[in-house]
Design a protein around this ligand. Structure first.
Ligand code: NZQ
Ligand code: ZN
Length: 381
């Protein structure tokens, strides 16, 4: 195990009715901006709960942060926040609203255009912010990541905020209004986050492996039940907490990681507007097929411990595990091949070109270059 520092200061406030705690969590004299998406919170009662909880606070609202939040929208929020001397932000919505809010929080104190923060990969400074998370998926509620899109240049990239959310409120009841597609996407995103931190080499850490396997098994178990019963509180509670634990630094202490699937998936979103999790459902099986030799021992462990496959040669067991992974995404209703979205060689060339130009090499062995990304995408057709 490598040396590491673990320090995640986000206060998680979990459970039914907990949005009312906002009044205690946000300083009374804060100059507050509350940020929202495009209206789901108005139809499911979340907006009313937030307004009631904040009745003794004064605040302004910023609406319209879109899925795959764009710098173009967020620049407007930054201008408004500066004019009003905002010193605290509250994001109410899914991962996109919270990621966008992380950029606003950094952009307020950044001299220069906020896209530069994304290009720097580093939000040097930030004002404090909290969240009411309405969609289990990204883990953004308890991490420092923020993924921002640029409409003009058709790019999508992540930066690391200097701050974690001060707090995040997770009430499983607010997920009852999610459409089946968003639930499918949330389950898939959570599962793939774990895979990206797990599917490297064996023997790095028993405890990290077991935690990761536990989250993956939980998602495989609750996923089909949630698709049948999307208003079951206890199932949603397990899903919501799994999504948070999958990407709050807990399962990656002292180990290597491989974020190739996400990096390729972000390109598919930037170039073709594919929803984040669906891009992962399309790319992950192809990544595993392409890097099978390199990841062989870990794939075998995955097939035995996560899918409990015991029949066949090691090679066959791995193939079964990869195909069961793909079947899981498909059973949720997602596409798992880029050809289903009419994506072909032209896009592969663009992505390979972008990776090669940037000189990137992802994965635990730093070998997923543009050319390897193209091979992966060939295996996703
Ligand atoms: O905009 P509104 O009207 O609020 O509607 C949203 C949106 O249309 C809706 N929604 C959210 N909560 C709802 C709801 N509808 C009904 N009931 C509710 N309770 O769902 C739609 C999708 O929302 P979005 O926030 O875009 O989804 P998600 O949470 O999956 O976030 C996706 C974004 O997060 C990034 C992705 O790249 C993408 O940009 N990611 C962020 C990460 C992070 N910060 O750590 C990691 C991830 O790997 C990911 O890259
Ligand atoms: Zn993701």
């Amino acid at each position: 195990m490598n040396n590491f520092v673990f320090h995640n200061p986000t206060k998680l406030v979990f459970g039914s009715g907990q949005i009312s705690k906002l009044s205690e969590l946000i300083p009374e004299n804060a100059r507050l901006m509350v940020t929202f998406g495009r209206g789901s919170v108005k139809s499911n009662g979340v907006y009313d709960q937030v307004s009631t909880a904040l009745k003794d606070h004064s605040y302004i609202e910023f609406w319209g942060i879109e899925p795959n939040p764009t710098v173009e929208t967020l620049r407007k929020a930054i201008i408004q926040a500066r004019e009003e001397n905002i010193d605290f932000l509250l994001a109410v919505g899914g991962g996109s609203v919270l990621d966008g809010t992380k950029l606003i929080a950094a952009g307020i104190v950044f001299e220069g255009d906020s896209w530069q923060i994304v290009l720097n990969r580093d939000g040097e400074k930030s004002i404090p912010y909290g969240s009411v998370m309405t969609l289990p998926a990204t883990g953004s509620e308890m991490n420092r990541n923020s993924v921002i899109s640029n409409k003009e240049t058709r790019e999508k990239a992540a930066f690391i905020s200097s701050r974690y959310p001060d707090f995040s409120i997770l009430d499983p009841e607010v997920t009852f209004s999610l459409p089946p597609y968003q639930i499918a996407c949330g389950l898939t995103d959570t599962f793939v986050h774990v895979v990206e931190q797990y599917m490297t080499t064996t023997g790095q850490s028993r405890i990290m492996d077991r935690w990761a396997e536990g989250i993956m098994q939980t998602i495989l178990e609750v996923g089909p039940m949630i698709m049948e019963n999307p208003r079951d509180y206890d199932l949603m509670a397990d899903f919501m907490l799994s999504a948070t634990l999958a990407l709050n630094d807990m399962i990656r202490m002292g180990i290597s990681q491989d974020w190739s699937t996400h990096m390729i998936g972000h390109e598919l979103t930037a170039l073709h507007g594919i929803t984040h999790a669906e891009s992962l459902a399309m790319v992950l099986p192809g990544t595993l097929r392409t890097l099978k030799k390199q990841k062989f021992p870990k794939l075998l462990q995955y097939s035995e411990r996560v899918f409990e496959i015991t029949n066949g040669t090691p090679d066959e067991r791995i193939d079964q595990a990869i195909s069961k992974t793909e079947q899981f995404f498909r059973s949720l209703g997602l596409s798992t091949r880029i050809s289903e979205a009419d994506i072909g060689v032209e896009t592969m060339d663009i992505i390979a070109g972008r990776f090669n130009k940037a000189g990137v090499a992802y994965g635990e062995n730093s070998n997923v270059t543009g050319d390897v990304a193209r091979r992966i995408l060939m295996n996703c057709l």
